[in-house]
Ligand binder design. Structure first.
Ligand code: NCD
Length: 331
């Protein structure tokens, strides 16, 4: 049997370049306009009504799972899910590779979140050699990568700075567990696509950003600083990106020994920040982001969450090649 050509997988944030990011942002903006009318929504629902997606999420998830599932539904796709490997034949000793190959027999796309870095890439390579090479989307791969979160973060930043020259030239302050935070790692990679960026990494010594990201930024000539002084960094931030401690990756409860309270964004810190700055968080939050901040106009995390759904709608149309059915305005 003749094999189909390799599909478009979404595996790592490094696969996106600036034209792709600009395109996805424009496509997302355009698709959102269809949400304004019944006709628009019915049109979207017809675009992928012939496609089926599998959501294989064996790490906890609220937003990423729901926003992917809802994005698929907006485009008319049907979805199946496994949310615990204990309910699949992995329990009977089936390898994860065989399980995923099985899913590909039934669906047209696999969206997966697992604790295993690199697994999505491995599965994509296996499926590319199989009779049913379906697209694989990495919806979070352990402490490694979360490329679709990074896309929605870029979309949110872009939208926030639309009247202020875009993302180029901005200072982004990233706070928290930078070592194990996959959102930070993927977003830092994407920021190398922009001009004159400055990143300030704020973290306890134990959670400093990984060497691989440092090397990536150095190679791309992105200016970055590392500090444990949150308040100083806040004064120069155009965007502050907060994150929680990723203690699910602790081996022996080591996070309990780290004083994280110095890396909490509190209501009283708001006065240090520029009037036009934005506050982001991939969520879920804990004490690192004061709920009193929600009412401040600079808080963008609830919007960021909703942006995620629309960015994923745009991405799905692109992966299945129906994006040309969305008429884009002239650039
Ligand atoms: C993040 C994740 O899963 O990496 N959440 C998300 O996808 N929105 C952040 C986190 O769990 O801290």
């Amino acid at each position: 049997m003749e094999r189909e050509s390799a599909p478009m997988h979404i595996l790592n944030s490094s696969q996106f370049d600036r034209p792709f990011l600009d395109y996805i942002c424009l496509l997302t903006d355009t698709i959102r306009r269809f949400d304004k009318s019944k006709e628009g929504l019915l049109y979207l629902r017809g675009l992928l009504a012939h496609k089926r997606a599998m959501l294989y999420f064996t790490q906890p998830s609220t937003r990423t799972f729901l926003s992917f599932q809802t994005a698929a539904q907006i485009l008319g796709m049907s979805t199946n899910e496994i949310r615990d490997s204990a309910t699949s034949s992995e329990r009977k000793g089936e390898s994860i590779e065989d399980s995923l190959q099985t899913f590909s027999s039934y669906v047209d796309m696999i969206i997966m979140r697992t604790a295993v870095p690199g697994l999505c890439n491995r599965i994509a390579a296996i499926l590319d050699e199989s009779e049913r090479p379906v697209p694989i989307i990495n919806a979070g791969s352990g402490p490694d990568e979360h490329p679709t979160q990074a896309l929605l973060d870029i979309y949110t930043l872009n939208r926030s700075f639309v009247r202020d020259g875009g993302i180029d030239g901005k200072t982004i302050v990233m706070v928290g567990d930078l070592k194990r935070g996959r959102t930070i790692r993927s977003l830092s990679g994407l920021l190398t696509n922009y001009q004159d960026m400055r990143i300030v990494f704020v973290s306890p010594t134990e959670y400093k950003i990984g060497d691989d990201i440092r090397t990536k930024l150095q190679k791309a000539n992105v200016r970055f600083d590392e500090t444990d002084q949150l308040q100083d960094a806040l004064t120069i931030a155009d965007a502050v990106y907060m994150t929680r401690v990723q203690d699910e990756y602790d081996t022996e409860g080591e996070s309990k020994k780290v004083d994280y309270s110095r890396f909490h964004l509190k209501f009283e810190h708001l006065k240090l920040m520029k009037e036009k700055s934005v506050i982001m968080h991939p969520l879920p939050r804990r004490a690192e982001l004061d709920v009193a901040i929600d009412a401040d106009p600079r808080a963008k995390y609830w919007r960021q969450e909703r942006n995620g759904m629309w960015t994923r709608v745009a991405l799905l149309t692109k992966i299945f090649g129906v994006d040309h059915k969305i008429v884009l305005p002239e650039l």
